[in-house]
Structures are given as structure tokens and as C-alpha cells.
Design a protein. Structure first.
Length: 300
């Protein structure tokens, strides 16, 4: 099998991680949202200390693009073509903490709790990944070997990063989930969630927190309903009045700083590995850019 595409990002991790940490929460606390939360401008700009130890969507794409260039060369040596993935436009990559605990008026009004459509460049890349699922058997074998981890893929990874193992984000994923759940129980965050709940109750909605509002099974429809959009709009207004994003981000920042101090060696090793892969990818892409330029000028 070919390597899996990077469609989900660290931005979506919090909702997934809440599911894995739910057993530490009190019984009355709800399950995580099934739909992503709408997002505020404040949430779009949100940066947290642990971000330094993860990969952004753009960084992940950069490594994939470098791998693709090397894959194309390797496959050419086998007498086969390799179609590289189309690039994703810079403005189409999501910020790292999108939908962590914020909301956006425009998205709520238009899409409710449904995700907004993927931008065209993301759609093109996803379609290219889909096309790789249907590669002829002989091409798949050359590309990935019988195990799915051999062939040109193994050659490419060795060319790209030598004996440096691929980035491992287990430490980040574990700690960011712990930070979110721990900060959620902080007194100031509980107070903000209480203010949000009271605000929603006054508007006629009975949800303990934004995750349960977003996760209502009534919203499992093909398109957002008027009721869903109305709930999301109230959710947005109440998050703003309760200053939920500001309060929660401040609490989680403190928790993350503490976790980074407690796990410094583990995180620094993971970051060093990630940085080596990124540096190697930059070198490949820079060389490819020069090559393209040389070919272009020699043709004139």
C-alpha cells in the first residue's frame, strides 16, 4: 500500500484527542464534537508553545513534494512515469490551531457546524492522491514494493534523509491532548464555559459546552439546516461574550510551558528529527527550482 495522504492535520487533533482523554473527565462531561467547530479570527491567529514540535500542513506538504521529485527520478530509472502531486496554494493551508476552541461568524452563518468546502488547490491534491490508489500493479510494486514501504519509496526516503527516521509526532500528540484536557479543567476555563452555557441558555439552547453543541446528531445531514446555523450563530456570540478563546488559550499556554519543561529531552529529539527532514526537503526543492530554471533558459 502507498503511504497515506496527509489530509487531517494537527488542527483537528484536539477533537480527536478529547475522545482519547475522555476517560479522565467527569461522567457529566460530554463526548467530543462530531463536526468541527466554526472558527474565529482569534482562533486563526492562535499559536501555542507546543506548535514548535509539530509539523504544519505546509511543512508536511513540503516534505511530500520533495519525496515526489525523488520518486519521479527513481521511477524514471525503472522506465515508468510518476505524476507528482499538484501544489497547494499557500493561502489554502489551515493555521495550526484552527477549530481548537473558537468560532467564526461567517462560517457559522453559512455552514453551521459543517466544514467549509476544500479550496480548489486542496481538492486537486486530494484527487491526485485518490488516483494513486488505482495505479497499475506493476507501477505500485516499483513505487512501494510488495510491503508498501519498499521500492522507490524506500530509496527516496534514504536519499532525502539518510538514516534519519521519519518524524515521530507521538510526543506532540500525547502532550497536546493532555494540555487541552488539563486546561479544560482549569477554574478560569470552567468559569468561561459556565458563562458560555448561561449565554446559550438565554438564547434558548441547552448545551454544557461548545463541543456538545457542535456534536449534536441532528447536524448529521448532507447540508447545514436553518436550526444548525442558528445554533452555531448563538454559539459564536456566546463564545465571544464569554471570552472563551482568550481565557482557554491563556490557560493552555501555561499548561503547555510546564509540559515542555517536563518533557524537554523527548521533545527536542523529536524536533531535531523533524528539522532534518525539512532541511533535506528544502534542498531538494531548491535544486529542482534551479534545474527547471536552467532548462527554461537553455530552451530560449
Amino acid at each position: 500500500m502507498p503511504p497515506s495522504r496527509t489530509r487531517t492535520t494537527t488542527a483537528l487533533a484536539p477533537l480527536l484527542l478529547l475522545a482519547t482523554t475522555a476517560c479522565t473527565a467527569a461522567e457529566h462531561e460530554p463526548a467530543p464534537a462530531r463536526h468541527p467547530l466554526p472558527v474565529s479570527r482569534q482562533a486563526r491567529q492562535l499559536r501555542l508553545p507546543l506548535d514548535a514540535y509539530a509539523s504544519t500542513v505546509a511543512e508536511t506538504h513540503l516534505v511530500e513534494d520533495a519525496q515526489d521529485i525523488l520518486m519521479r527520478r527513481c521511477m524514471k530509472d525503472h522506465g515508468m512515469q510518476w505524476k507528482t502531486l499538484p501544489r497547494v496554494d499557500a493561502q489554502d493551508t489551515e493555521p495550526p490551531n484552527l477549530r481548537r476552541y473558537g468560532a467564526d461568524e461567517a462560517e457559522a452563518a453559512r455552514y453551521g457546524y459543517h466544514p467549509s468546502p476544500d479550496p480548489p488547490s486542496v481538492v486537486r491534491r486530494n484527487r491526485a492522491w485518490d488516483a494513486r490508489e488505482a495505479l497499475p500493479p506493476e507501477v505500485r510494486r516499483a513505487a512501494y514494493g510488495p510491503s508498501g514501504k519498499g521500492g522507490c519509496l524506500k530509496t527516496t526516503d534514504r536519499q532525502l534523509a539518510g538514516d534519519t527516521a521519519p518524524p515521530d509526532f507521538h510526543a506532540f500528540n500525547q502532550l497536546t491532548g493532555t494540555a487541552l484536557e488539563t486546561s479544560r479543567r482549569a477554574p478560569q476555563v470552567r468559569d468561561a464555559l459556565r458563562r458560555w452555557h448561561n449565554c446559550m441558555a438565554k438564547a434558548g439552547f441547552d448545551y454544557p459546552d461548545p463541543y456538545t453543541a457542535a456534536g449534536n446528531k441532528r447536524w448529521e445531514t448532507a447540508d447545514p439546516t436553518p436550526a444548525e446555523r442558528a445554533t452555531a450563530r448563538a454559539d459564536v456570540a456566546c463564545q465571544k461574550s464569554a471570552k472563551l478563546v482568550k481565557v482557554w488559550a491563556a490557560a493552555e499556554t501555561r499548561v503547555q510551558h510546564r509540559l515542555i519543561r517536563q518533557n524537554a529531552d523527548r521533545l527536542h529529539k523529536a524536533k531535531a528529527r523533524k528539522d532534518r527532514w525539512l532541511s533535506a526537503a528544502h534542498r531538494v526543492l531548491k535544486h529542482e527550482g534551479r534545474t527547471h530554471h536552467q532548462h527554461h533558459t537553455s530552451d530560449q
